[in-house]
Design a protein around this ligand. Structure first.
Ligand code: SF4
Ligand code: SF4
Length: 469
């Protein structure tokens, strides 16, 4: 058998797999199992397939760990013997792992504390190492994860082109021409983020002073695509923080967090970005980030990865202690504000009441276990009626680039979500992650709805700046 290099960073141990006792309690929480009712597309079924792969991988790298034993459930074999000296990951395994949203709802449901996110991301890294995807897919993945996301200048250039497409009437022309339907791109085009100028990049390196009595000092993590598509959300985040007595520093050399690369199994790209951010947020070279009370993000997907930077490095690597110190400072904006306490006066947004619902962002609820903070903040807005959304803990189908790579499944989930939303008739849909905002806005468009889709912090900012009614 040929010896493959281990996946860089932390690899799951035998115990990580063995924690799954195949009880099936997670099945009903899993969006893909709910869609297709297939064991192979459930958390339990996927873990079963991962065990086959891990078994082969541990053997090929000569691990000291005892080999995980396969459960008896019947799923496709994840590895096939190609010849006597080489094993190959099967297309079937890749498809079932690709169809997973990495939403981690199964983690919340699991009574055995299986860290499913860690397992699936490791499987994706093995696929990246050992499986040859079709040429066009390899080119697209290389362009997105290695050539685009780590380079803010390239993100800005692409954003300018999209801005021209959206603002010159070309988008309207192409939409009405039928070309998108002809090439099967209509659904994906709907998900294109609306480019917002000016880009947030111009704020990098700035310090925003606290308004009134200073209560703390934070570093703000501004995201990558968010800097061209959610710049106004970033502005609102800084306004809410400073208005509540927080000084905000926006470290100049920060980069994309690497979440999309890590979720796709492209570990080397994720590790490179993590190294740059560890340096950007600890400019003095220390490991304690003592200059800041917290590192704040308004993107649940980024926050979840930033809080797990230590998974990208082994304990022997020099970055590991820096990553542990870094993650101890990371807070989602809702988590931080709820702990801090909002002191700025909030005003009603409508003369009577505003009917609002909240869709949990998977990487905030399931990845970071933050459930109450966004709801508690929303309830502080006078005249706001918070209506619980049935199945708000089920993914909207956004899931990083899932809506682009698995568009059909993503839209099925979105259509279900919009039915649940229609049943409770909210005027505003609120969530806590830019990806979910894009997906839910596309959902409103698909049903010709009229609801506004906003981030929690945007609604707080609006209430803070509202005139007295
Ligand atoms: S709930 Fe946990 S232990 Fe039970 S099958 Fe799912 S992952 Fe395994
Ligand atoms: S991460 Fe989400 S889609 Fe994947 S197995 Fe778990 S619940 Fe299902």
């Amino acid at each position: 058998m040929t010896t493959a290099a281990p996946v860089p960073g932390q690899n799951p141990s035998y115990e990580d797999f063995a924690r799954c006792v195949h009880c099936g309690i997670c099945l009903n929480a899993c969006p893909t199992y709910r869609l297709w009712n297939l064991e192979a597309d459930s958390p339990r079924g996927r873990i079963h397939q991962m065990i086959h792969v891990a078994q082969t991988d541990l053997a090929s790298i000569g691990s000291d760990h005892p080999q995980p034993q396969s459960p008896s459930a019947s799923v496709n074999s994840a590895y096939s013997v190609v010849n006597s000296s080489r094993l190959q990951i099967t297309k079937s395994f890749v498809e079932h792992i690709d169809k997973c949203l990495d939403c981690r709802a199964c983690e919340t449901a699991c009574p055995s504390a299986v860290e499913y996110g860690k397992l699936v991301e490791h499987s994706r890294a093995l696929i990246e190492r050992d499986y040859k995807r079709p040429l066009l897919t390899r080119i697209a993945r290389n362009l997105a994860f290695r050539r685009l996301l780590p380079h803010s200048d390239r993100i800005a250039t692409l954003a300018r082109l999209i801005w021209l497409y959206q603002r010159t009437g070309l988008q309207r022309f192409i939409r009405f021409s039928g070309m998108l339907e002809l090439f099967g791109l209509a659904d994906r085009e709907q998900l294109l983020p609306k480019i917002e100028t000016p880009f947030f990049f111009k704020e990098l390196g700035r310090t925003f002073p606290a308004v009134g009595q200073k209560r703390g000092r934070v570093a703000f993590f501004a995201g990558c695509v968010a800097q061209v598509a959610f710049g106004r959300l970033n502005d609102a985040t800084i306004r809410v923080l400073t208005a509540n007595g927080i000084e905000v520093i926006v470290p100049k050399t920060q980069q994309c967090c690497g979440a999309l690369a890590a979720h796709a199994g492209i570990r080397d790209a994720a590790r490179d970005l993590a190294r740059k951010n560890l340096l950007a947020f600890a400019p003095s070279g220390g490991v304690n980030n003592e200059e800041f009370d917290a590192i704040i993000t308004n993107a649940a997907g980024c926050g979840s990865t930033l809080k797990e930077y230590d998974h990208l490095f082994t304990e022997k690597e020099p970055e590991y202690p820096q990553a542990v110190a870094f993650k101890s400072k990371v807070r989602d904006i809702t988590e931080f504000l709820a702990e801090l306490g909002v002191v700025t006066p909030l005003r009603p947004l409508k003369p009577l009441y505003l009917r609002v619902t909240y869709q949990d962002s998977c990487h905030l609820l399931h990845g970071q276990k933050v459930r109450n903070a966004p709801r508690d903040l929303l309830k502080q807005i006078p005249g706001l009626e918070l209506v619980e959304l049935p199945h708000s803990d089920i993914c909207c189908g956004s899931a990083g680039v899932y809506n682009v790579t698995q568009t059909k499944a993503s839209l099925e989930l979105l259509d279900d979500k919009m039915k649940n939303i229609a049943a409770i008739k909210p005027e505003v849909i609120v969530t806590a992650n830019p990806g979910c905002l894009l997906q839910l806005r596309a959902g409103v468009q698909r049903v010709n709805g009229r609801q506004e889709v906003m981030h929690v912090v945007e609604l707080l900012d609006r209430s803070m700046r509202a005139k007295a009614l």
